[in-house]
Design a protein around this ligand. Structure first.
Ligand code: GUN
Length: 284
């Protein structure tokens, strides 16, 4: 058996085409403000990609690139200005922030109606309470979309998520629970991870360790979603030992070209949702 590849690039492009059509019919452009502090190379590339993707579907996107030595108060002041700017619909602050800044306070300072990363406590609370008005973090939303469009109804499926981060593991657990999966969250202190993963219909690897998830752990016919992005000998690879795991799984995402392109797309979708919420007369 060789797994079918879940092609995140094609899925993301189809969704972006749909978003572009919706944006083309709006009276004004949805506007995403990206705040980037310091010179982390990966963050600069991620944010340029977000800007390019936003502009390609007709959205406005401005990157506020601040120096490494920016103070907490300066950053809070910028966010306050963006919160009050009626033209700005969505605000994200690229993580990680430099160590001298208090990222929790920064995230909580974003108006929850503009929190298109869904990182703030208000939106996390809505997600936890299964309230569909929650703004949900982009990566877990991308994973859910890929699963639903591959497997259909997820009711009753046993999902094992490896990783308990605030950005992926925890919000994804809520999303899958809200979609009637039985959810197990495994993490670095989990005892006998292989036996837990071997029970899963759906495995989501978000542990940040290159090729950690092995073929022997996977139940035959399971669906495997790889959220990892690691660089090994100059090559990008995921958290799943792809070449071997694909021999037992039914469906599997590649890295690159899997979850990554879906994440940016879901951020743009959140920005459109925020725009429509803030211009409620335009909602259908
Ligand atoms: N750093 C890694 N992933 C993300 C993300 O989804 N949003 C932001 N703001 N920072 C990140």
């Amino acid at each position: 058996m060789t797994a079918q590849i879940i092609d995140g690039k094609i899925m993301a492009q189809n969704l972006r085409d749909e978003l572009a059509q919706k944006v083309a019919h709006l009276p004004t452009s949805p506007y995403l403000a990206v705040v980037l502090v310091g010179n982390d190379e990966a963050s600069i590339i991620y944010d340029r990609n977000k800007q390019k993707a936003a502009e390609a579907i007709g959205m406005k996107c401005k990157i506020h690139h601040l120096p490494e030595e920016t103070t907490q108060n300066d950053l809070l002041q910028l966010i306050d200005n963006l919160n009050h700017d009626v033209l700005v619909n969505g605000i994200i602050v690229q993580m990680p922030l430099p160590k001298h800044l208090n990222s929790n306070e920064i995230v909580e300072s974003i108006d929850h109606a503009k929190d298109v990363d869904g990182f703030g406590i208000y939106n996390l609370g809505l997600l936890h309470a299964n309230d569909s008005s929650a703004m949900v973090a982009a990566t877990p939303q991308g994973v859910l979309y890929m699963l639903q469009h591959t497997l259909g109804n997820l009711t009753g499926k046993h999902a094992v998520i490896i990783g308990r981060s605030n950005i992926v593991g925890r919000p994804l657990a809520s999303l899958l629970l809200n979609n009637h999966c039985t959810v197990t969250i495994a993490h670095s202190k989990t005892v006998d991870l292989p036996s837990i993963v071997s029970k899963a219909d759906i495995v989501v690897a978000a542990c940040g360790v290159a090729k950690m998830v092995k073929k022997e752990w996977i139940k035959e016919g399971a669906t495997v979603i790889d959220v990892g992005i690691n660089r090994v000998d100059g090559k990008i690879c995921g958290d799943v030992d792809f070449d071997n795991v694909k021999e037992v799984a039914s469906y599997i995402t590649p890295v690159p070209g899997g979850v990554g392109p879906m994440t940016v797309t879901m951020l743009l979708n959140n920005t459109l949702r925020a725009y429509l919420n803030q211009n409620s007369s335009l909602k259908k």
